[in-house]
Design a protein around this ligand. Structure first.
Ligand code: CA
Length: 493
C-alpha cells in the first residue's frame, strides 16, 4: 500500500518539472534575443522604458542663431543640438509676452482659451482643474524638476513640480552681481524704456543662468536612473542685457549693422549698436549654458534615453521695426521662435513646416508614448521628426490683446496677415517678396484675393486648419473655414 508520501512525491516531481521548463525557457529566450525581452516590455509601455524629457527654454530669444542662418551670431552649442535633431524654421508662439505664451504651451491651450492675456493673470485663473505639462507627466510616474523660470516667474509656484529651484547669484555667488543687476533694472525705468546693457567681470558660474546650467548638470547626475521631466528656464536674453565680458568681446559694437528701417528717433546710433551687441552677447552666453547641459547629458549616457527641446517663449525687437527691447507685436520678429527637438532614433533635419508652441504638449506626449488628455488645442508634430517635409497644417496663429483690442495674426507659408476686431489697421505681408515685413499690402489691389483668403482663414481659426489637414492630406487646396460650401475650395499657394 503506498503511503501518504506518494502524492507528495508526485507533486514535488511536477513542481521540479515545471521549474525546469521555466528555467530552460528563460535561457532560450535570453540566448535567442535579449532585445526581444526589451521590445516586449516596450510593447507593454513599461514606465521604465519611456523617454526622459529635457526642456530648455530661453526668455525673449528670437530665432537669431547660427543654425537659423544668421552669420553674425555665435551659437555653436545650439547649432550642434540642431544638427542632431529637427530644427523648425517656422515655429510660432501664440502670444508675444512671457506669461500668456508660457501659460499657453504649458497648458496645451491657446490664449483665447486660457484667458491669460497679460503678465499679471495667474495661469490657473480659468484653468483650475487641468494638468499643466509637468503635472501630467507626474501622473505617469515621471520625476519632474524645474530650474529657473519655466512658467512666468511670479507664477512658477502655481505649477506643481517634484523638485524646484530658483538660481540666484545672491545664494551662490558674489552678491555684488545681484546689486549691480538691480541697479540696471532701476536704470531701465529712467532710460526711455531701453534695455540696460552691461558686460560683467564674472565668470559664467557667477550669473543666474550659469548657476542654473550647472545645477541642471548636477541634477541630471543625481537623477540619471529615474524617469525624469526636467525643465530649465534661462533668464537671458531678456533685458537687462547683462553677460560676462567675454561674450561682449564677440560683438564689437562698432561692427554692428543697424537694420534698414531704423529712423531718426533721437536715439544715437552708437546706443542702438550697443543694445544690439548686448542682446547678441546674451544669446551667446545662453548658448554656452545650453552647451554645459548637453555635455552633461551626453557624459551621463542619457543621450539615447532623453528627448531634448530647445525653444523660447517669443522673440524680441532689437532694432527691427525701429523697436529696441520691445515685444507685444504681431510681427514675424516676435511671433517666430527658435525650436529644436532632438529625440533618440530620429534623423537630423530642418523642417519648413508651420508648427506652434501649443503643439509641444501633444508632441511630447507622443514621443513619450503617453495618452492625450482632452482639451489640448495643438497638434502633435511628432510625425515631422521622422519626415520633416510631410504635408502639414497651413497656418499658425498668434494673438495680442492691447488697449482693449484683440488683434489676431495668421501666418501661412507665404503670408502674414493681422487684423483687429472691427477691421482696423489690417496688415498683410508677403514673405516671398518682403521677409522683413517692410511693406503692408493690406490695401494693395494686387493682393485682394489673397487678403480675402487670409481673412477667412483667420475666421476659421486653428480648428479650421486642423480639420482641413485631417481631411485633405494632399494639401493642394484649402477649404475656407469649417462649414464652407464646396465652391469655397481655393488654391492657397
Ligand atoms: Ca519672455
Amino acid at each position: 500500500m503506498p503511503g501518504p508520501a506518494a502524492p507528495r512525491a508526485r507533486r514535488a516531481h511536477i513542481v521540479r518539472a515545471a521549474l525546469s521548463v521555466l528555467v530552460i525557457g528563460f535561457f532560450i529566450l535570453c540566448s535567442v534575443s535579449p532585445e526581444f525581452l526589451l521590445s516586449d516590455r516596450r510593447r507593454d509601455d513599461g514606465p521604465r522604458l519611456r523617454l526622459n524629457v529635457l526642456f530648455i527654454i530661453a526668455d525673449d530669444m528670437s530665432a537669431k542663431l547660427g543654425c537659423y542662418g544668421d552669420p553674425d551670431i555665435k551659437s555653436p552649442n545650439i547649432d550642434r543640438l540642431a544638427r542632431r535633431g529637427t530644427l523648425f524654421e517656422h515655429a510660432y508662439c501664440q502670444y508675444a509676452l512671457c506669461n500668456p505664451s508660457r501659460t499657453s504651451f504649458l497648458s496645451g491651450r491657446r490664449p483665447e482659451s486660457t484667458g491669460v492675456l497679460a503678465n499679471s493673470t495667474p495661469p490657473r485663473t480659468h484653468l483650475k482643474d487641468i494638468d499643466f505639462l509637468p503635472e501630467y507627466f507626474h501622473r505617469f510616474g515621471y520625476y519632474t524638476l524645474r530650474v529657473g523660470k519655466v512658467a512666468h516667474h511670479v507664477f512658477d509656484q502655481d505649477l506643481a513640480w517634484d523638485f524646484a529651484e530658483d538660481p540666484s547669484p545672491g545664494q551662490k555667488a558674489d552678491s555684488r552681481g545681484a546689486r549691480r543687476r538691480q541697479q540696471q533694472d532701476d536704470r531701465e525705468e529712467n532710460d526711455r524704456g531701453l534695455p540696460a546693457v552691461e558686460a560683467t567681470d564674472y565668470g559664467d558660474e557667477g550669473e543666474p543662468d550659469g548657476i542654473a546650467a550647472r545645477s541642471v548638470a548636477s541634477l541630471l547626475e543625481q537623477n540619471r536612473d529615474k524617469q525624469f521631466f526636467l525643465a530649465v528656464g534661462f533668464e537671458r536674453p531678456h533685458r537687462p542685457f547683462v553677460a560676462p565680458k567675454k561674450y561682449f568681446d564677440l560683438y564689437p559694437a562698432d561692427n554692428i549693422e543697424l537694420p534698414n528701417e531704423t529712423i531718426n528717433d533721437g536715439i544715437p546710433d552708437g546706443m542702438k549698436r550697443a543694445i544690439i551687441a548686448g542682446y547678441d552677447a546674451c544669446i551667446s552666453f545662453v548658448d554656452a549654458q545650453v552647451g554645459v547641459i548637453i555635455d552633461a547629458l551626453d557624459r551621463l549616457g542619457l543621450k539615447d534615453k532623453t528627448v531634448i527641446v530647445f525653444t523660447s517663449d517669443h522673440g524680441l525687437h532689437v532694432g527691427e521695426h525701429d523697436r529696441f527691447g520691445k515685444k507685444q507685436t504681431l510681427y514675424e520678429t516676435t511671433a517666430r521662435v527658435p525650436l529644436i527637438v532632438a529625440a533618440p532614433g530620429k534623423p537630423s533635419a530642418a523642417s519648413r513646416r508651420l508648427v506652434e508652441l501649443v503643439d509641444l504638449y501633444p508632441t511630447l506626449l507622443d514621443l513619450c508614448r503617453l495618452p492625450h488628455p482632452v482639451g489640448l488645442e495643438g497638434l502633435s508634430f511628432a510625425p515631422l521628426l521622422d519626415r520633416s517635409d510631410l504635408p502639414w497644417k497651413e497656418a499658425a496663429f498668434t494673438t495680442l490683446y492691447r488697449q482693449g483690442v484683440l488683434r489676431q495674426s495668421v501666418r501661412t507659408e507665404r503670408y502674414r496677415y493681422s487684423e483687429a476686431a472691427g477691421d482696423r489697421h489690417d496688415e498683410l505681408y508677403d514673405h516671398f517678396k518682403d521677409p522683413h515685413e517692410y511693406y503692408n499690402r493690406a490695401g494693395d489691389f494686387n493682393y485682394w484675393a489673397s487678403r480675402l483668403i487670409l481673412t477667412e482663414l483667420l475666421r476659421g481659426g486653428w480648428q479650421g486648419v486642423r480639420a482641413e489637414m485631417l481631411r485633405r492630406p494632399d494639401k493642394q487646396f484649402y477649404r475656407i473655414g469649417t462649414n464652407a460650401s464646396a465652391n469655397s475650395l481655393v488654391e492657397l499657394r
